[in-house]
Design a protein around this ligand. Sequence first.
Ligand SMILES: C[S@@+](CC[C@H](N)C(=O)[O-])C[C@H]1O[C@@H](n2cnc3c(N)ncnc32)[C@H](O)[C@@H]1O
Length: 148
Amino acid sequence: MASKHKFYYKTTGVWHKTNPMPRNMNLHFINSTEGWIYFVNKGKTGTFNNKGKAIHDFIETSVIRGNEKKYGIHPTQKPEVLFEHFVNLLSNENDVILDPFMGSGTAGIVSKRLNRNFVGCEIDKEYFKIATNRIEETLEQQIAIDLD
Ligand SMILES: C[S@@+](CC[C@H](N)C(=O)[O-])C[C@H]1O[C@@H](n2cnc3c(N)ncnc32)[C@H](O)[C@@H]1O
């Protein structure tokens, strides 16, 4: 299906959470990883800002910090530092980042902070409100920084 739409498969990687919820830890393994898949559209190479460093297909961070939840709770909210890694590496300033399932808007906040344009979709009205509040706060902080 991907190749039919001109997406070229590159990598499957892993995000490891250093402090996952230890649910049923005496019954089975703690669920501490999520996968990600990297495709490039229309070609075989895309932006890859590795600055000469070897970048592994494994990234490790803690789950979200308390201050990232201040606009409400989204059950699968990702840490900003995780998305910063991918936005920095795989796009350039003024590029457009699209997140068709933006949830609490983490990709939007990070995109604006890193001077990318952002388009997001979210089907749930409550999550959409959380996302827009978080993104608007980032924009206000940016305007304040610009004025300084
Ligand atoms: C895994 S969550 C995204 C979490 C997000 N990365 C964050 O950091 O908060 C996926 C989101 O996609 C939304 N969603 C599911 N189907 C959708 C659709 N057809 N159109 C738009 N959003 C949808 C869900 O409501 C959910 O909030």
